[in-house]
Design a protein around this ligand. Structure first.
Ligand SMILES: [Fe+2]
Ligand SMILES: [Fe+2]
Length: 152
């Protein structure tokens, strides 16, 4: 049971124009595709794969959120608190969902992959674009070079 139609392909419409963030988003989407790749429908195989990768994936997600939150703090983004809450809620949801899969409540790896994919793409499109636009606008409005940090 391969789910080729579920694969997500990177598109420039996802680009924040901030290299480190774009690279991390690409990494997250690669992980989602890797999950779909291992969605064989064979429960034993899926569980073995999941066990191998989940801790590292959660760690990767946390590092990504920290990167964004540091950027928001450094630039005094007004939506920081709300954005940080969304990150925290998602981190909990991933851990919950991972636990459900591990404990057998969720039997299909593709479902977990779809959950991650939907959240990541929606979050990029709705929330990440907001701080990216804000950072670009303040970088453009300041002439001193300090304002251009991390923005390319
Ligand atoms: Fe974010
Ligand atoms: Fe993000």
């Amino acid at each position: 049971m391969k789910s080729e139609n579920e694969y997500v392909k990177w598109s420039d419409t996802y680009s924040m124009g901030i290299k480190i963030v774009d690279d991390q988003h690409k990494g997250l989407l690669e992980f989602v595709n890797d999950l779909f790749n291992h969605s064989t429908g064979n429960e034993k195989e899926e569980r073995a794969y999941f066990k191998k990768v989940i801790d590292q994936a959660v760690q990767y997600i946390k590092v990504h959120f920290e990167t964004e939150e540091k950027l928001m703090i450094a630039t005094k983004f007004p939506g920081y608190a709300e954005h940080k809450k969304a990150h925290a809620r998602f981190t909990l949801a991933v851990v919950d969902s991972a636990n459900d899969f591990e404990s057998g409540k969720k039997r299909v790896l593709a479902k977990f992959a779809t959950f991650l994919k939907d959240w990541i793409l929606t979050h990029i499109a709705i929330m990440d674009v907001q701080y990216a636009a804000y950072i670009k606008s303040i970088a453009a409005s300041k002439t001193d070079s300090a304002a251009n940090m991390e923005v390319h």
